[in-house]
Design a protein. Structure first.
Length: 304
């Protein structure tokens, strides 16, 4: 395994996207002030203490993991809506969906003695893939220093271009060493793993994952943030967390956009309302006007 010195600050969206396209990952140094990370970590301290160990060979039985972070700290919005991160996410995902959603928020602790996680690509949770399409992007935010010896995330550079390979040589991996305030962005198609913690201290951090809005997310947002909780949180966060319909008519409630659940209680029963893309509305209009005829492959008929 190579430990790479990632000292280069990625200053803008273009540079970060170029690195992601070339290597499948990118580290942003000093993405947020370390003091903000400390405040968030402090808010989550009791949750770490109260969370039992994980169960299973994938999560790892010397780890602790918990979710629904948007409701656990008021500081989460700064991370989830980080302008550079959102710009990068939109660059890779927006061509393939109408809206982007939060796929996951998860806090992670790897205790001393924790073994390395099996290498994997997060997008493989969905069984169907189309060449050239990215389905998700992950952002790892360290709460403590990430070093090779304490389980820093392992990344196989360029593995997003070799998706037929389930495993790759261990010596080809790099340990993404970071400090609080840094951020690791990597594609859902990039092979990676949590490292083995051979140190005497726990490694803590969190991952925020974004995905195409028409996919079923890893973390069900309406259970993580039911309406009575969602109404108390910033609307921009709840929109990202799933309180929005994806055209056409995906993810609705009673036939309407779930954002209506964020309004005051007592709106009463209301009928279903279409949530369609403009081209779909035009297609329906053309059909009803007789401009689409059988045998034309869905194309509007020629006038005259």
């Amino acid at each position: 395994m190579t430990i790479i010195a990632l000292d280069r600050l990625v200053p803008d969206t273009k540079s970060c996207c170029e690195r992601l396209e070339a290597e499948g990952y990118c580290i942003i140094r000093n993405a947020v002030p370390s003091s903000l990370v400390d405040r968030l970590a402090c808010d989550l301290e009791q949750d770490f203490a109260a969370t039992p160990h994980s169960v299973g060979p994938f999560y790892g039985e010397t780890t602790r993991r918990f979710h629904g972070l948007l409701r656990r700290s008021r500081h989460m919005g700064r991370f989830a809506l980080d302008p550079l991160v959102v710009a990068v996410v939109e660059r890779f995902l927006q061509p393939w969906c109408d809206t982007i959603q939060l796929n996951l928020t998860q806090a992670i602790e790897i205790e001393p003695g924790g073994v390395a996680q099996p290498p994997h690509r997060d997008q493989d949770m969905w069984p169907v893939h189309t060449a050239g399409v990215e389905y998700m992007i992950n952002v790892m935010w360290p709460f403590s220093a990430y070093r090779a010896e304490n389980g820093a995330t392992l990344i196989w550079p360029g593995s997003h271009r070799r998706q037929d390979e389930i495993v790759m040589p261990a010596e080809d991996a790099i340990a993404a060493e970071m400090d609080p305030g840094d951020a690791l962005i990597f594609l859902g198609s990039t092979l990676h793993a949590g490292g083995a913690n051979k140190s005497a201290s726990s490694r803590r951090g969190m991952i925020i994952s974004y995905s195409l809005g028409w996919l079923k997310p890893y973390e069900l947002p309406w259970l993580a943030y039911p309406p009575e909780i969602a109404r108390s949180l910033p609307r921009s966060l709840m929109t990202l967390a799933g309180y929005q319909a994806h055209r056409p008519n995906l993810g609705t409630h009673e036939g309407r956009c779930p954002s209506l659940l964020l309004n005051a209680i007592g709106d009463g029963a209301q009928g279903a309302i279409d949530v369609l893309r403009p081209e779909q509305e035009r297609l329906i209009a053309d059909y009803r006007a007789g401009r689409i005829l059988p045998g034309l492959g869905g194309s509007p008929a020629e006038d005259g």
